[in-house]
Design a protein around this ligand. Structure first.
Ligand code: GLU
Length: 496
């Protein structure tokens, strides 16, 4: 096989959503598997909708996602420039060449005329398609009218009756020339149309495989026609299936988090998202392995294992993978990644020192099995930062709290410990078990509620050291020690 060159060609008109992220990922995997080149090309020919801030965000999101590319607007390379807006001369040159060789022609139809044709076709139950009216204008006259400044688009003359290509995902694919019409190559304002710019660029950038979403499959015959007109060899095409939401409608914002940015803000790890999106349409060689790291996927990635049926996005499965990858990380790293979420929740302020980070590691460890993604950490850890003695009393029922034999004995013992260890806590409970005869839930439940204000939560074995160490740190929201908690509990319950 010739050296693989693939490209990811986003339009900077919005955030990178799941479908495009998967397209980028598959191109990256394919390039890396073959030791080939991945080109990042910015398709900003839609001047009204393209914005620099979207391009900046796009690069940042792709880097966060963990992809890298070999050539692109930020890196340069032998086939630059990599922004279509900077390649206008090339499009002009090839459009002129097509006109001169009789493969393209000027079209002077006004938008109103075209709209009227469209309406008539719809009324007659025909598929709307350009009638080819301006094909009949003599080339010399058309050239004169265009040169005199009359608004003119440039259209490709479709002369073939059948377009076929062997799609690497869909297999043999055919389109009839009749349904295509003469596509616009250059709009009357001088901007190249997508189908034209993409062919010129893919050819000049020596792209060997075009891997993209199947929303473009109906563009491909137009592009194939252009390759033929220009006398160029078309690349291989692989059209990836649509991604659907759980309701089997095309995945969209309506289904929740769908952009790379929204996954980052949820606290999904990029490695989990890469693993998950890899499985969206592709499967491992053994047909069943689901947890694969980059090296494993790159080693086996092949377009043969891509399914053509639509893939259904499953947030639960992504959460499952995210939990898996979270557990693989050192706690210190999870703590670091959680910091922005604690800051946003108002539980932590920056700057903070290494002891705080070490302590956050304990906090994260205590709640890790309760969360799917990192933005849930502060909520899961709320009872560490907030203690509401009144809530604890009412949870136990006022009378029970006040008169609880267990608490009456436990409280003074804990109050006597300026720095309670879990070992000492166990001893205290053993002593109280002996003297009250209470055990199991009757013993632990009131103590848990009095210490945390909640009747469920992380194990006390984890919480007690967190309370004690936290109370010594300078945090945005002070953390109460076990003794401080029981002191306010006793006051709220008016224990005697
Ligand atoms: N700019 C197009 C898009 O974002 C790229 C299509 C292609 O890969 O050819 O959909």
């Amino acid at each position: 096989m010739q050296k693989v060159r693939v490209r990811f060609a986003p339009s900077p008109t919005g955030y990178v959503h799941v479908g495009n992220a998967r397209t980028a990922l598959f191109n990256w995997l394919f390039a890396r598997h073959h030791g080939g080149t991945l080109v990042l090309r910015i398709e900003d020919t839609d001047v009204e909708r393209s914005e620099q801030r979207y391009e900046d965000q796009l690069l940042e999101d792709l880097r966060w996602f963990g992809l890298d590319w070999d050539e692109g607007p930020d890196k340069g390379g032998p086939s630059g420039p990599y922004r279509q807006s900077e390649r206008q001369d090339l499009y002009r040159r090839y459009s002129m060449e097509l006109i001169e060789r009789g493969f393209a022609y000027y079209c002077f139809c006004s938008p109103e005329q075209l709209e009227q044709e469209r309406q008539e076709a719809l009324k007659a139950g025909r598929q709307p398609q350009y009638s080819g009216r301006c094909r009949k204008i003599a080339p010399e006259e058309a050239a004169r009218r265009a040169a005199s400044g009359e608004a003119a688009a440039i259209r490709l003359k479709i002369t073939e009756w059948n377009f076929r290509w062997n799609d690497l995902v869909h297999g043999e694919t055919t389109f009839s020339g009749e349904v295509i019409g003469d596509p616009i190559l250059v709009r009357s304002g001088g901007h190249p149309a997508y189908n034209f710019a993409v062919v010129v660029d893919d050819h000049l950038m020596q792209i060997t495989h075009v891997i993209r979403g199947d929303d473009h499959i109906s563009n491909t015959p137009r592009q194939v026609a252009l390759y033929h007109a220009l006398g160029w060899e078309p690349p291989e095409f692989a059209h990836l299936s649509t991604i659907l939401g759980p309701d089997r409608a095309r995945l969209s914002k309506r289904h929740g988090a769908t952009s790379l940015e929204s996954f980052r803000l949820l606290g999904i790890l990029p490695e989990a998202l890469r693993n998950y999106l890899t499985l969206l349409g592709w499967s491992a060689a053994d047909g069943k392995t689901e947890i694969l790291n980059d090296a494993e996927v790159i080693a086996q990635f092949s377009l043969d294992h891509i399914t053509k049926s639509p893939a259904v996005f499953d947030q639960e499965k992504l959460n499952w993978l995210n939990r898996h990858y979270l557990k693989q990380l050192p706690l210190k790293r999870v703590a670091e990644l959680s910091v922005p979420f604690f800051v946003e929740a108002g539980l932590l302020s920056e700057p903070y020192g290494p002891p705080v980070l070490g302590w956050l590691g304990l906090v994260v460890e205590a709640v890790l099995n309760k969360i799917d993604y990192l933005s849930q950490v502060p909520e899961a850890a709320r009872l560490i930062f907030e203690y509401d003695a009144e809530a604890a009393v009412s949870l136990l029922g006022g009378e029970e709290a006040r008169g609880s034999e267990v608490l009456l004995q436990v409280a003074p013992k804990i109050l006597a410990e300026p720095k309670l260890t879990y070992a000492r806590f166990r001893e205290i409970l053993k002593e109280v078990q002996k003297s009250t005869g209470k055990k199991g839930k009757d013993l632990f439940h009131p103590v848990r509620v009095a210490l945390t204000g909640a009747d469920s939560g992380p194990e006390l074995e984890k919480l007690i050291p967190i309370f004690e160490a936290g109370s010594e740190l300078d945090l945005a929201r002070p953390v109460l020690s076990a003794a401080a908690r029981l002191r306010s509990f006793a006051a709220a319950a008016r224990m005697t």
